[in-house]
Design a protein around this ligand. Structure first.
Ligand SMILES: [Zn+2]
Length: 178
């Protein structure tokens, strides 16, 4: 996941959808679970999808429509705060991790963590292998690789985190080879 504003500016009109009151959730967590379940239901398996969670003037939470760049292992999310009116502050982002062979879909990647540290906002991520929804906030720290960790996890350990599991949706767990 990246949040490259220069690139996103070209497509921001497609990426941004005004929140609608009928899908408001009581918590950011609920909005993220809803958005990720919609992303999975509509676009499972092949591409990363993502968006943002905004706080509504009512105090409830809403999600932007999930968008993709057509890539399996990254998606750029429009996180430009000015793309929302000031009464809809972005409070978190969300994205999917397709169940790809040779990847670690159950962990936030180094670029995921970089993006959240840069924006100083937490994020939600759906692992499409398990259906678990992971949450990480800046300051939550990183995973220490243990003896059971794969060589990949040991190598990237200082820059990976599984975060906390805060939700779950049903998935078929089908693995995809690129
Ligand atoms: Zn990611």
């Amino acid at each position: 996941m990246k949040a490259l504003l220069a690139l996103v500016a070209l497509s921001s009109s497609a990426a941004v959808h005004a929140p609608t009151p009928e899908h408001s959730a009581d918590t950011a967590n609920e909005a993220a679970v809803y958005a990720l379940s919609m992303a999975y239901a509509q676009f499972p398996h092949y591409y990363e999808y993502g968006g943002v969670i905004v706080k509504m003037p009512s105090g409830k939470f809403n999600a932007s429509k999930p968008t993709t760049d057509g890539h399996a292992d990254n998606v750029e999310i429009d996180e430009d705060p000015d793309s929302y009116e000031s009464e809809y502050p972005i409070v978190a982002d969300y994205h999917t991790h397709p169940c790809l062979d040779g990847y670690v879909p159950g962990s936030f990647s180094p670029s995921d963590l970089h993006s959240m540290r840069s924006s100083n906002r937490p994020g939600y991520m759906l692992d499409e292998c398990t259906g678990d929804i992971h949450y990480w906030a800046p300051g939550d720290g990183y995973d220490k690789p243990d003896d059971k960790a794969s060589p990949l996890m040991k190598f990237f350990g200082p820059q990976l985190s599984r975060g906390k599991i805060v939700g779950h949706i049903p998935v078929d767990g089908k693995a995809i080879a690129l």
